[in-house]
Design a protein around this ligand. Structure first.
Ligand code: NOJ
Length: 541
């Protein structure tokens, strides 16, 4: 078991670089800011959060029209965040602490201001024309087919100067690269390689199931759905078999460098797609994002079903990965929190996230219970919010500055931050949470420590426990002779576990941690009453 690679046994922490910590007082988070906060993340003692790896949102040169997901140079560091020297210092300081660094690679598209695209759009016979996907319309004024962009409208943008359309799966300023062109592949593999050579430990791959589209540009069959994008079954414009093949090739590249990993954002409403990108569990993605889990409502049964499906369908040699938050989703504190019970629910959610079989990803601020913020329209930055407010409102509300203290700028910066602070910062911040032994932050710290200490939690098997009352998600994690039971009460009621059918469960269990005091240290699970929103973790005595 000890041979488990770091990306299986560790906890990953997602840092939205622009929003985490600003060292130079320009209102934008930066790499030096992260270096200054490394003790908070992992100083090797129980006082710190104890995470094992940092995933940094894109740090490359970019016009920043989409939070850095519009890259204009894959080989240089965005001056807003620092320079290569500072990045290398961050990397080596992380490594000295035993922490890994994961970069966010955007392989599907570039910025429309990337020199490659500027060349490509300059004329039809430019040597880089074919680096992107250019096509004639199917009739005057009609795009080549009916594919839609994820955000809105046709996925094809008319280019007046050269009289053709280019393809963009996301926003019009993010033209899709043509992965069928070997030069594109060479350029992007070259970029990946150069970061591997610098010692980066892994990559988060943006929209990885979008790399290829159907060569014949066949239209998708229609289907009912909420938004126009969902009115099509995305058979031909995403999750193509060629994308899995490409990921396999990338895997071979990474395998040439010991200890590296890649985790992929698989954007889909079809769970099978996320599993497909894991290949046979050893030859494609190391970890695949499971959006289905992150989108569940606050119901024990919904999470149990989602976990059960993945456990059943993931290739045997693959490893699950779970998250509740990222820079695209409304924060779980608010989304799952209900009107009054958000803080109590956040503790239950954390206990689940950190005790399932799989690698957990925490999003900055989740550990202190940062709620979703409302951003005044005039201060919005997200292109989706700016264009479509109020539906959808955009993604800025989950990207507000990290709340370090109750000061004017929440300890994030010395000057006005690039996005307004969340209004919760005077009472909800690291300084206050740190001082309160019952805070959410200290609960996260304890859970992470427990996970590190217990092989069953880190590496053990997962089995749902039958017979739990409605509103309770209960499961066992087992490894070697060790068994750990996780009992999560999602409901605001006290519940009895008397009908619980614990496998080989007649014996006594010892409480490891619990959100609420338990009567005694050793109990039979079937005699327990769980308090409203109680999370308890016990080991077989
Ligand atoms: C997914 C990223 O998570 C999101 O933030 C971004 O806008 C799109 N991909 C486009 O790159």
């Amino acid at each position: 078991m000890e041979a488990m690679p770091w990306w299986k046994k560790g906890v990953i922490y997602q840092v939205a670089v622009r929003s985490f910590a600003d060292s130079d007082g320009d209102g934008n988070g930066d790499l030096r800011g992260i270096i200054d906060q490394l003790d908070y993340l992992n100083d090797g003692t129980e006082a710190s959060l104890g995470v094992d790896a940092l995933w940094l949102t894109p740090i490359f040169a970019s016009p920043m029209r989409d939070f850095g997901y519009d890259v204009s140079d894959y080989l240089s560091v965005n001056p807003l965040f620092g320079d290569m020297e500072t990045f290398e210092e961050l990397l080596s300081q992380c490594h000295r602490r035993g922490m890994k660094v994961i970069l966010d690679m955007v392989l599907n598209h570039t910025s429309d201001r990337h020199p490659w695209f500027l060349e490509s759009r300059s004329s039809r016979d430019n040597p880089r024309r074919d680096w992107y996907i250019w096509r004639d319309g199917r009739a005057p004024g009609k795009p080549p087919n009916r594919w839609r962009a994820v955000v809105e409208g046709s996925a094809w943008e008319w280019d007046e100067a050269t009289g053709q359309y280019y393809y963009h799966a996301f926003l019009p300023f993010q033209p899709d690269l043509n992965w069928r062109n070997p030069e594109v592949r060479e350029a992007l593999f070259g970029a990946v390689k150069s970061w591997l050579e610098r010692g980066v430990d892994g990559f988060r791959l943006d929209l990885i199931n979008f790399l290829y589209e159907d060569e014949l540009l066949r239209d998708n069959p229609r289907k009912p759905g909420l938004r126009p994008y969902d009115w099509q079954r995305h058979l031909y414009d995403r999750s193509r078999p060629e994308s899995v093949e490409l990921v396999r090739e990338l895997r071979r590249l990474l395998d040439g460098y010991p200890g590296r990993m890649m985790m992929g954002e698989v954007f889909t409403d079809t769970r099978e797609d996320a599993v497909a990108l894991l290949g046979d569990g050893t030859d494609a993605l190391h970890l695949s994002f499971y959006l289905h889990f992150a989108q569940r409502r606050w119901r024990a049964e919904a999470f149990r079903e989602s976990v059960g499906w993945l456990e059943e369908n993931i290739p045997e040699r693959a490893w699950p990965c779970y998250y509740l938050n990222n820079h695209d989703l409304p924060r779980s504190f608010t989304r799952l929190g209900g009107r009054r019970d958000a803080y109590a629910r956040a503790k239950v959610a954390a206990a689940m996230l950190l005790t399932l079989r799989g690698t957990p990803i925490i999003y900055y601020g989740e550990e202190i219970g940062m709620p979703q913020a409302r951003i005044p329209r005039g201060r919005m930055d997200d292109p989706i919010g700016k264009k479509f407010w109020p539906i959808p409102v955009g993604r800025d509300g989950c990207r507000t500055p990290m709340q370090w203290d109750g000061g004017r700028y929440a300890g994030f910066s010395r000057s006005e931050p690039w996005l307004p602070l969340g209004p919760s910062h005077p009472e909800r911040n690291v300084e206050r949470e740190d001082a309160d032994p019952y805070s959410l932050l200290n609960w996260y710290r304890r859970l992470i420590r427990l996970r590190r200490e217990r092989p069953a939690l880190r590496a053990g098997s997962y089995r749902a426990i039958e017979g739990a009352p409605g509103g309770v998600f209960a499961y066992l994690r087992e490894a070697g002779g060790e068994a750990v039971a996780v009992l999560l009460n999602f409901s605001p009621r006290q519940v009895s576990l008397r009908r619980l059918r614990v496998p080989r469960g007649d014996g006594k269990w010892r409480v490891l941690i619990s959100t609420h005091r338990m009567g005694c240290d050793e109990v039979c699970l079937e005699t327990i009453f769980l308090r409203p929103y109680q999370a308890a973790i016990l080991e077989r005595a």
